[in-house]
Design a protein around this ligand. Structure first.
Ligand SMILES: *Cc1c(COP(=O)(O)O)cnc(C)c1O
Length: 328
């Protein structure tokens, strides 16, 4: 069984480890629990964007780009990994970040600066709304630009999570996994895993935890994921005919909004750190693990199940949330 393989620029170390979390599972009293350590992808403190960037950078290089441009929040893990990938490949990097220049550089933003990324502050526009204008300016100055969308979530990026699904099929063959739980935000991770699941005919249920409220509602976000999965299928020559009904999304955990850490995240971060010595993050994996814990509490994940938590990274942002994390 094969699908079309895209050119790939090596940036990280794969496969990432997949290990059991016996002490956390014991505390939750529900399913057997495993974790996929994509926080250990190896590129500049790791994270799920490394998988997307291996395909995106190969495409940028094939197009003779000398400059990358992408966008995200001020503490974007995607932007930090893109800045590192650009440095590793000898390219310039422009980041369009939400908000205003902070007084002190910390977390992901500090790392962006270490990688010498050029920063454009975009106020409320943290999803790349202003990329086209900045891109035109850079082209006028003679740069050959490669535009990476917010989150790296186009068909080329999502292809990284089709290979990720292929990667775990070798790691889980004797585990009888029933569910994979992960944070879903710009949709590329979700779309790639969906397409991988379909290609490998896997019965494992995917549970995406919605992190960032879609202005147009959760069903618009599900639509976006289905469309992206279909486009990725088209690119990889995998049959795909998804609709929003095929997208399993839990929308009840957004709390006070994107990037606002609450009690759900604080508890999940603390319990995972204290039982397993593993760092989650305040924006994505803290929320997704908090949701997993709630699904156990509510009896939706039980001792009949074996669950894989996909750790998508993000721990550099912990330092930018020190005050919230220490508040009691
Ligand atoms: C980007 C990101 C996600 C979400 O992945 P998408 O493909 O954008 O949905 C989850 N966790 C972390 C730590 C991330 O940086």
């Amino acid at each position: 069984m094969t699908y079309r393989q895209l050119p790939r620029q090596s940036l990280g170390f794969f496969p990432t480890p997949l290990v059991e979390l016996p002490r956390l599972a014991d505390r939750l009293g529900g399913p057997r629990l495993f974790i996929k350590r994509d926080d250990q992808t190896g590129l500049a403190l790791g994270g799920n964007k490394t998988r997307k960037l291996e395909y995106l950078l190969a495409d940028a290089i094939a197009h003779n780009a000398d400059t990358l441009i992408t966008a995200g929040a001020a503490q974007s893990n995607h932007c930090r990994q893109t800045a590192a990938a650009a440095a590793a490949c000898g390219l310039n990097c422009h980041l369009v970040l939400g908000g205003q220049a902070p007084e002190t550089a910390t977390g992901n933003y500090l790392l962006d600066r270490l990688f010498n990324a050029h920063i454009h502050w975009a106020g409320d526009n943290r999803k790349g709304e202003t990329i086209p204008d900045i891109a035109n300016e850079l082209r006028d100055r003679g740069h050959t630009l490669y535009v990476i969308p917010y989150g790296g979530s186009n068909a080329i990026g999502a292809a990284g999570f089709v290979s990720a699904f292929a990667e775990i099929t070798h790691q889980i063959h004797e585990l009888d996994l029933t569910h994979i739980v992960f944070a879903s935000s710009s949709g590329g991770t979700h779309a790639g895993l969906m397409l991988g699941k379909s290609f490998f005919n896997s019965p494992i249920e995917l549970i995406g935890i919605e992190i960032d409220k879609d202005e147009a509602g959760s069903s618009a976000f599900a639509d976006h994921i289905a469309t992206l999965a279909n486009r990725t299928g088209n690119l990889l020559e995998i049959h795909a005919d998804f609709s929003s009904n095929d997208v399993s999304l839990q929308s009840g955990y957004i709390g006070a909004g994107y990037g606002v850490m609450g009690e759900l995240e604080r508890k999940a971060i603390a319990l995972t750190a204290q039982t397993e010595g593993i760092l989650l993050d305040p924006v994505y994996t803290g929320r997704a693990m908090g949701a997993l814990m709630d699904l156990c509490d509510r009896g939706q994940l039980t001792s009949d199940h074996t669950v894989l938590f996909w750790h998508t990274g993000g721990s550099p942002a912990l330092f930018a949330y020190a005050d919230e994390l220490m508040a009691r």
